[in-house]
Write a protein that binds this ligand. Structure first.
Ligand SMILES: [Fe+2]
Length: 329
């Protein structure tokens, strides 16, 4: 390869917004582009020339389901190449893993000899076009339905930046909890969608009340606590979201029966709502808000445990603890 071509290749890799990783035949990371540092939260000097499994997968070649943790390593060892394989990577940026859709290839020299394997990682949350091709296609064949979900998410985000990022994180936590509880693939997808739209009813609550730093009057409190019903009413106009409506309606119910709007208790509350309640509380506690700083993660974990069986379904808290434990440093 002449010098000019090589430098163009390098410029392209540098310009790409998606992480690109290359390992040699021994699984040692021999290349990462600039986006990898940003998106995966790693420093080049700390991970280059080291085994990929150690740097990004906590030394675990296989996950708890016995599957390869890394599509790239699987390609290297089995020769199977992947297109848009769903993969979770624990980054330094989030406590739970970030989800990517990964394309992998065997890397060969001009004579066909294997040099290693390479992969490109598409950010699952950011690249919504890819999301449409995976989650929504599994759930439904009508692609417009995906746009509907994100239209709602954008509508909420346009008013309240916190809620926008919050919805995506709650969706991600809910998806992981649903999976850990062994729910069907369809329900795992549904958990994600419910997470995205759960606070859509806040569209109907005045902005000054939503962002009010001090104590709320009884009237203001009533307005805020009306958002599950408002959300359910909005979503009920969309026939394919019929399974989402009862989940959104009950996302502020409490396991001990002291929630709202109906004061449902225990198993009366839809399971996905009980999952959302835990995901929602955890993200709310661990995020900075205009009126208070984020709580440290261990404190938030203690709070969830303390309220297991009271505010929260203990089975759901237990599943979430398993997830957090798995990804803890
Ligand atoms: Fe809510």
């Amino acid at each position: 390869m002449d010098g000019e071509t090589a430098s163009l290749d390098q410029l392209i890799l540098k310009a790409l917004p998606c992480p690109v990783l290359v390992v040699d035949t021994g699984g040692i990371l021999i290349y990462l582009n600039s986006a990898s540092e940003r998106e995966l939260g790693v420093k080049k000097e700390e991970v280059i020339s080291r085994p990929l499994t150690e740097s990004l997968y906590q030394g675990k070649k296989f996950d708890h389901r016995g599957r390869y943790s890394s599509a790239l390593i699987e390609t290297l060892e089995t020769g199977r190449e992947f297109s848009l394989r769903l993969e979770e990577i624990k980054t330094a940026l989030y406590i739970v893993p970030k989800v990517f859709l990964v394309d992998t290839s065997i890397l060969r020299n001009q004579d066909g000899g294997v040099l290693g394997a390479c992969a490109i990682y598409h950010n699952f949350l950011r690249d919504r076009r890819l999301l449409k091709e995976t989650v929504m296609n599994r759930l439904t064949t009508v692609s417009e339905q995906f746009e509907t979900i994100y239209a709602f998410a954008e509508a909420i985000g346009a008013r309240d930046q916190y809620t926008m990022g919050h919805s995506e994180k709650v969706a991600e936590y809910a998806r992981l909890i649903a999976e850990a509880l062994g729910l069907s693939e369809k329900d795992v997808d549904l958990a994600y969608i419910c997470g995205i739209v759960h606070d859509v009813g806040k569209i109907g609550v005045p902005e000054n009340i939503l962002n009010k730093p001090g104590a709320l009057t009884a009237q203001e409190f009533k307005q805020i606590t009306s958002h599950p019903e408002k959300g359910a009413a909005i979503l009920s106009h969309i026939s394919w979201l019929e399974h989402v409506v009862p989940v959104v309606l009950a996302h502020h119910e409490r396991y001990d029966g002291r929630g709202y709007p109906q004061g449902l208790r225990g198993e009366e509350i839809p399971l996905l709502s009980r999952i959302l309640a835990v995901a929602d509380a955890f993200d709310a506690m661990t995020s900075d808000r205009s009126y208070r700083k984020a709580l440290p993660v261990p404190v938030a974990i203690d709070e969830l445990k303390r309220h297991a069986g009271g505010q929260f379904d203990p089975r759901v808290v237990e599943a979430f603890m398993r997830i957090l434990g798995e990804y803890k440093e």
